[in-house]
Design a protein around this ligand. Structure first.
Ligand code: CA
Length: 481
């Protein structure tokens, strides 16, 4: 701000106050995350049977990102990465927290400042709605990690029909069950149990998104809203009238799944209406994506990508994504260059002019992609885009740089694909490019040196197996042939 000169003082007495130079308004940011949504399960990515008109309208008047990766092929580690801006393996969060994680008292390392905390400290009004999955005890609770306003549930998922989950919860309680499964526990608002969630869960969450926009748009400060839908994650449960919309789909799982995605789309449509009604639409950046790929055994379709959730092939962690911001994000552009969801942290905090609130020793794995993104140019990065998952004595790895992708899938040898020409990973070209595959594998090995031991496992057996099989077996993982 300019210092007041003596002239200003004089002029103000004359009532000819100079117009104050307004600093440009910082954007509202809405990050909409779906859970286990398949690459091809939205209209804007080519779905022919699932209808997503609200999402398609945003994608079409915004920019669609066709080569967007989340850092992990399943929930917890992917979300840990998004919120901390780091690969989960480097902070001991490479496994899902177990159900009812309050019983082990674990959560994402408090030394890792979440994106939400940075935005909150810079003056954003911050809200989160839906699935958390990053720690259930107080110190790991959304309200302790940068969210002023939290409505949702703390575990890895939730049943959808209140008449079902409330009945089951009450029955378990009546029986004296000590630890009642996360998927049945009451929803909460800032730590307090809610009782008026009498609608289908996705609609409840969407209404809370609308409520947040209405409430916080009244103040001058911008807002950050993290809409963390658990749909279309299992259990496959949809509203009857939504299922009827898809009566032409023969497969039962697919039909229900389609109805679940449709409910999310309806909710997004309502939030857009509220943004317009409150005059916030023009000044709001919307980022939409999924936390990992869809489950092919539960109705999802990741076409043309190979495999699905849990895999280090593209279907596991390459996800549908778009950015929308009227007048700022190019309308109708398609951005084909690779980006990582780890890029969101530095990108969003920069757009929010909040970087001074990032601790100086904070490690961020991603890049601020904004300038390159707007120009539809590839982001210059020294780092490769990695993913890794561990199971049954093996570490599966995916590593991408430019057009190349190297893959070490479960119990298989390393393979190399030209991912720009062969998005379906069908033709292993490692034999023709020995130098390239060597380089990619060696970069992944360097990256693996930054990993630490897991701080928890999703169940006891996996933890015992990890120890007895002396995981992660990187010596085996990174030897070619
Ligand atoms: Ca997920």
């Amino acid at each position: 701000m300019n210092k007041k000169s003596s002239n200003d003082t004089l002029s103000s007495t004359n009532q000819t106050v100079a117009k104050k130079v307004k600093t440009p308004k910082r954007p509202n940011i809405i990050m909409i995350l779906c859970d286990d949504l398949g690459y091809a399960d939205v209209g804007f990515n080519g779905s022919e049977d699932i209808k997503t008109p609200a999402l398609d309208a945003l994608a079409m008047t915004g920019t669609k990102l066709t080569s967007a990766y989340v850092p992990h092929p399943f929930c917890g580690p992917s979300r840990a990465g998004i919120m901390t801006g780091r690969y989960a393996h480097t902070i001991g969060a490479q496994f899902n927290l177990p159900p009812n994680s309050e019983t082990i008292g674990e959560g994402i390392d408090k030394n890792e400042t979440f994106m939400s905390k940075v935005l909150q400290e810079s003056g954003y009004q911050t809200g989160m709605v839906g699935k958390w999955h990053l720690g259930a005890i107080n110190k790991y609770h959304p309200n302790s990690r940068g969210f002023d306003d939290f409505y949702g549930f703390l575990g890895g998922g939730h049943n959808y029909h209140p008449e079902d989950y409330k009945t089951k919860y009450a029955a378990a309680k009546a029986k004296g069950t000590q630890t009642i499964w996360d998927y049945l526990t009451p929803l909460e608002y800032n730590g307090k149990e809610v009782v008026d969630d009498n609608q289908y869960l996705t609609d409840v969450l969407s209404n809370q998104g609308v409520r947040f926009i209405k409430e916080y748009s009244k103040n001058d400060d911008p807002f950050f809203l993290f809409m963390s839908y658990n749909a279309p994650h299992t259990p496959l449960e949809a509203k009857k009238e939504d299922i009827e919309v898809f009566s032409s789909i023969k497969d039962k799982n697919r039909r229900t799944y389609a109805a679940m995605v449709y409910a999310v789309d309806r909710g997004v449509g309502k939030m857009i209406e509220e943004l317009k009604a409150t005059g916030e639409y023009e000044n709001t950046l919307i980022v939409f994506f999924s936390d990992n790929g869809g489950r092919l055994d539960k109705g999802a379709n990741n076409f043309p990508l190979k495999e699905g959730k849990g895999s280090v092939y593209e279907g596991g962690y390459r996800v549908p994504m778009f950015f929308h911001w009227a007048g700022k994000v190019p309308s109708g552009m398609i951005y084909n260059h690779p980006v990582s969801a780890l890029d969101l942290y530095p990108t969003l905090t920069t757009l929010a002019n909040a970087n001074s609130k990032i601790p100086s020793d904070k490690i961020l794995a991603g890049k601020n992609i904004w300038d390159d993104f707007l120009l539809n140019k590839e982001v210059k990065r020294e780092d490769y885009i990695f993913t890794m998952r561990h199971r049954n004595g093996f570490s599966d790895v995916g590593v991408r740089k430019g057009k190349w992708k190297a893959v070490k899938a479960f119990k298989q040898n390393w393979k190399l694909f030209n991912i720009e020409q062969d998005i379906g990973e069908s033709k292993d070209v490692s034999g023709s490019y020995p130098k390239i595959i060597k380089e990619l594998v060696s970069e992944a090995e360097n990256w693996s040196r930054t990993h630490i031991q897991p701080k928890w496992w999703h169940n006891k057996e996996t933890g015992e197996e990890w120890k007895s099989l002396k995981m992660p077996h990187f010596e085996k993982t990174f030897s070619i042939d």
